[in-house]
Design a protein around this ligand. Structure first.
Ligand SMILES: C[S@@+](CC[C@H](N)C(=O)[O-])C[C@H]1O[C@@H](n2cnc3c(N)ncnc32)[C@H](O)[C@@H]1O
Length: 258
């Protein structure tokens, strides 16, 4: 069945339990920020830096980067995710300016940020060359000359030929109750686009389970496709760093405004 699902509704619904995708969200926050910090510092050195996370969700990268001393701004399509990211920062006494915004239309002024981050497969929710180009152009626009732009995506190069039907099961827990998350992938015929059914199965009492299903649509962009679009959006020095090189759990596309 060919369908295009509402990304905002997907993440609005998921925001209250998004952390349960991780077995240890707090650990992931620290690990991911440490890896991104190494990449940013390699390019920009020391000093106080202004960073925009333009698809911050509930804050997995934004919180960790703020805790490391970056001056953080955040944006996300999902108002519910933005509200949770804001609350998570307040709980931790971290300051961040977070707004609901589509990365194709960033509300920030030109050349504002030392670094722009778009992490954990947010960009592949955009399905056409035009939409991705527009988002990358916006990231470039709000980045100051010499800034660094980091986009992390699922490693589609390694799986696109197989067109997998599922993603690995993740297990976590809340107050001693188990939570299992898994994904079904239904590929559109003859296309790199797929509908993802996200299943969260939660143990409500011993032996009793409740399932919540949500759907989103992604496009399995290859690294060369995204690199070409980044160059077309006016970025230079576009290259990819592997997880082995950075310690981040996804490949990172790294570029700079030209
Ligand atoms: C997999 S989540 C990752 C969120 C966050 N980076 C994290 O790791 O917690 C993808 C995020 O991209 C956001 N997103 C998708 N399309 C977007 C768009 N056009 N503009 C801004 N955010 C978008 C979603 O709302 C969602 O929060």
């Amino acid at each position: 069945m060919v369908a295009f699902h509402d990304t905002r509704a997907f993440y609005d619904g998921l925001a209250p339990t998004y952390d349960q995708i991780y077995s240890d969200w707090e650990g992931a926050i620290a690990r991911q920020a440490a890896a991104l910090d190494r990449v940013i510092r390699r390019s920009l050195g020391t000093g106080t830096l202004r960073v925009l996370d333009c698809a911050c969700g509930i804050g997995t990268q934004l919180i960790g980067l703020a805790a490391l001393g970056y001056q953080m701004s955040g944006g996300d399509l999902s108002p519910a995710a933005v509200a949770r990211a804001t609350a998570e920062c307040e709980t931790r006494d971290l300051i961040a300016d977070i707004v609901a915004a589509d990365m194709r239309h960033l509300p920030h002024q030109d050349e504002t940020f030392d670094a722009v981050v778009c992490a954990d497969n947010a960009l592949p929710h955009l399905l056409t060359d035009e939409d991705v180009l527009q988002a990358l152009h916006e990231m470039r626009r709000v980045a100051r000359p010499g800034a660094v732009i980091l986009v992390t995506t699922r490693d589609y190069d390694s799986i696109i030929a197989d067109r997998p039907a599922t993603a690995p099961v993740q297990r976590s827990g809340v107050s001693g109750r188990r939570v299992v998350t898994t994904q079904l992938w239904d590929w559109h015929p003859g296309s790199a686009v797929y509908d993802l059914t996200h299943l969260q199965v939660s143990e409500t009492s011993p032996g009793q389970w409740a399932t919540t299903a949500r759907m989103a649509t992604y496009r399995a962009w290859t690294r060369s496709e995204l690199s070409d679009l980044a160059r077309a959006a006016g970025m230079t020095d576009v290259h990819w760093a592997t997880g082995t090189e950075t310690g981040f759990f996804q490949p990172i596309m790294i570029g700079s405004p030209s």
